[in-house]
Design a protein around this ligand. Structure first.
Ligand SMILES: [Ca+2]
Ligand SMILES: [Ca+2]
Length: 394
């Protein structure tokens, strides 16, 4: 185990001393082993230039922050899952955004989750959240557009609802706006419901694609002409999509969590079946990509094997300052408590994976997104005294 006990203690002490901005009542999840195996491949070649990384704590005292996104002003927005709060961080000041937290259904892994900022935010002030919600008969996951006016989230517009939710497990949910065509992508979880992921008529266990202004299904989706829920489906057969990231070539990649094995990084193609179909009951010994299912299934580009790392958010790293980490996929891992930098070749084969030690000092990592200058923004998910981190090359 690379994470020395004194370092854990020091990190906890620092976190305790600095956690003054938001009162915190939770405690870190325990009982989960820390794995050091990065998966199928490891280690950049000796000739690679891997910069030392600097990790700064930007804000402290959160409880299960989920997503972090930068606004054009440089300020950061942060969602907090269980308290369903939205935060604004700017120049060392941490303020709450007025947000109807009471409308968010919070249970298990579901609450206020992903966040997206409109590419035209400077003029339209639009942001998007994926969150649990109450319905007449129960619960759902939904995507809501907001107008952010003077640190108030106003004019909620539900773009898509009815994403299945059972008890809150496998609630997804990751948002990404395709920079090439402006479509809103929504990575969803299967809600631990049998048959969900491969049923084109439900919205769970999918990557959905829709118009970010109207919520209408995207006309180029594979089953658009058939209407109904399937009109929204970009890809299906996913267990719990936690990450979405767009590579420089425009292709969308997803990250999902495996069962006891096989976290996956997938390259998405419209209409693709990614092969998750636990049966009978919710049988978690089913493979993450089951080729015995009808038709072709798309293999993962990277898979953790056994054990899993609990991979979550991801962002493509960009900028010469990153040396040979430029162009890698940075993946946040919960259980294995690190950032993985995965190098894929142009056709999507994994070449190597680096797991820099400075990213292993903060516990479980949920999301990683890019700041405008190429730095990475990271949220931790320890259940109390959580941080927002900024990772940059030295
Ligand atoms: Ca799969
Ligand atoms: Ca097959």
């Amino acid at each position: 185990m690379r994470r020395a006990p004194h370092l854990v203690a020091l990190t906890a002490l620092v976190a305790t001393l600095l956690a003054t901005l938001v009162p915190s009542t939770g405690s870190a999840r325990d009982g989960e082993p820390v794995h050091t195996s990065p998966g199928a491949r490891s280690g950049a070649p000796e000739t690679a230039t891997i910069p030392d990384l600097r990790v700064r704590m930007l804000a402290h005292g959160f409880r299960f922050p989920w997503d972090v996104q930068q606004l054009p002003s440089g300020a950061l927005l942060v969602t907090e899952r269980n308290r369903a709060r939205l935060h604004h961080l700017a120049r060392g000041r941490h303020r709450s955004i007025e947000f109807p937290s009471e409308d968010v259904w919070v249970a298990v892994e579901t609450g206020l989750m992903s966040l997206a900022v409109d590419p035209d935010f400077a003029t339209n002030r639009r942001i998007y959240t994926c969150q649990g919600g109450f319905t007449a008969t129960g619960h759902e996951v939904r995507v809501v557009a907001w107008k952010l006016v003077r640190r108030k989230a106003r004019h909620p517009q539900t773009l898509i609802g009815g994403i299945p939710a059972l008890e809150g497990g496998h609630g997804g949910c990751r948002l990404l706006i395709d920079r090439d065509n402006g479509a809103l992508l929504v990575g969803t979880g299967d809600a631990r419901l049998v048959g969900n992921a491969r049923n084109l008529d439900t919205l769970g266990g999918k990557v959905l694609r829709l118009d970010r202004f109207t919520g209408a299904a995207w006309p180029r989706n594979t089953w658009y002409a058939e209407g109904g829920n399937r009109a929204y489906v970009l890809t299906y057969g996913h267990r719990n999509v936690q990450g979405l990231a767009q590579r420089e070539d425009g292709r969308i990649w997803s990250v999902e969590q495996g069962t006891y094995r096989d976290d996956e990084v997938n390259r998405l193609r419209a209409g693709g079946d990614y092969g998750w179909d636990p049966r009978p009951e919710y049988n978690e010994t089913s493979p993450m990509t089951d080729h015995t299912l009808p038709g072709p299934q798309v293999d993962a580009k990277w898979s953790s094997g056994d054990p899993t790392l609990a991979t979550s958010g991801a962002a493509w790293v960009s900028g010469e300052q990153w040396g040979d980490l430029d162009g890698t996929l940075a993946v946040a891992a919960l259980k294995s408590q690190r950032l993985l930098f995965m190098k894929f070749d142009p056709i999507g084969r994994v070449r190597w994976i680096e797991t820099p030690e400075p990213t292993m000092r903060y516990g479980r990592l949920r999301s990683v997104t890019s700041a405008a200058n190429g730095d990475l923004l990271v949220t931790t998910s320890n259940g109390g005294l959580d941080h927002v981190l900024r990772v940059s090359p030295r």
